[in-house]
Design a protein around this ligand. Structure first.
Ligand code: GLU
Ligand code: ZN
Length: 292
């Protein structure tokens, strides 16, 4: 199988040094392997995505010397595919509608008789299960009515003995590497009933990313370490939807001078700022400890 990787920015702000690192590393790995490097525009959050940011991202990548081997995949063009996957999971009885607000969830978790613990998972507080039905079924709600959550226990039961495992060639936040196995108990306690369709998007990052990695034929996912903890969710969805599990390579995060992780709002670290100050791509590679 040809080594195929991707860079998947959200067009909600400028690319900064952290994005440049991710894109260059994935691109270098693909070129070194004689493989393919693809681009994906993750614009399902239409309240924040802007065409101008997408244009700027492509311009910055081209300036960096990053080239992609096929037209970019745009998530907003794929809403039907996401809907079909949700319908499939709904038909299997693995999803349910939830109308809880953040405040409802916090209140349920602070009720002493609830017997639930407050655990922060990859998507925030682990859902206490307020809306989880005793028996699944009925017509699936429209996105405006409710979010759709995965019933984690039913999903694990549907998978039977299939282990949640992936190969990590980079490292997680605590140096996790090699074969990464996540137990059912961990998925229930630390991930729980994650949202697979948000109200305003009709999909979610997790659902879209597994569909898109499969559609683009991604063999190696190269991305920041901050997404290591979300990976077992992606592996679970791949199993449920009959999609292959790629190899994962989580890389270090680029931090600012104060050791803080760079965020989109840190415009001072935007590549365009360095460009405007006269930096060239070789300077950027040196700053990131990447060889030319
Ligand atoms: N769109 C995500 C981001 O901007 C990356 C998703 C991924 O690489 O899986 O952080
Ligand atoms: Zn709910």
């Amino acid at each position: 199988m040809t080594f195929t990787t991707r860079f998947a920015p959200s067009p909600t702000g400028p690319l900064h040094l952290g994005h440049a690192y991710s894109a260059l590393l994935a691109h270098d790995m693909a070129r070194a392997a004689g493989g393919r490097f693809l681009l994906r525009i993750e614009d399902i959050d239409q309240s924040r995505a802007r065409p101008a940011w997408e244009a700027q991202i492509k311009d910055d990548l081209t300036w960096l010397g990053v080239t992609w081997d096929a037209p970019p995949l745009r998530q907003s063009d794929r809403l039907k595919t996401y809907r079909a996957a949700l319908d499939q999971l709904w038909a299997q009885g693995l999803l349910y509608a939830c109308t809880c607000s953040r405040a409802d969830i916090a209140a349920a978790l602070s009720a002493p008789q609830e017997g639930t613990e407050r655990v922060i998972g990859p998507d925030g507080l682990v859902y206490p299960g307020t809306c989880r039905p005793k028996a699944p079924g009925g017509p699936s709600p429209t996105p405006a009515e409710a979010v759709l959550r995965l019933d984690m226990r039913r999903a694990l039961a549907a998978l039977g003995e299939r282990a949640n495992r992936f190969d990590e060639t980079g490292a997680g936040p605590s140096g996790e590497t090699g074969s990464i196995l996540t137990s059912a108990a961990t998925l229930i306690a630390e991930v729980g009933d994650v949202v697979l369709a948000r109200r305003e998007m009709g999909t979610s990052y997790h659902l879209s990313v597994v569909q898109d990695d499969a559609a683009q034929g991604i063999t190696h996912v190269v991305r920041g370490r901050d997404l290591f903890e979300a990976t077992p969710i992606h592996v679970l969805l791949q199993h449920l939807l009959g999609l292959p599990t790629p190899i994962y390579h989580h890389h270090r995060l680029i931090r600012d001078d104060h050791g803080k992780r760079l965020a989109k709002r840190d415009d001072a670290r935007a590549l365009s700022t360095y460009r405007a100050e006269g930096a060239d791509p070789a300077n950027i590679r040196r700053m990131l400890d990447l060889s030319s």
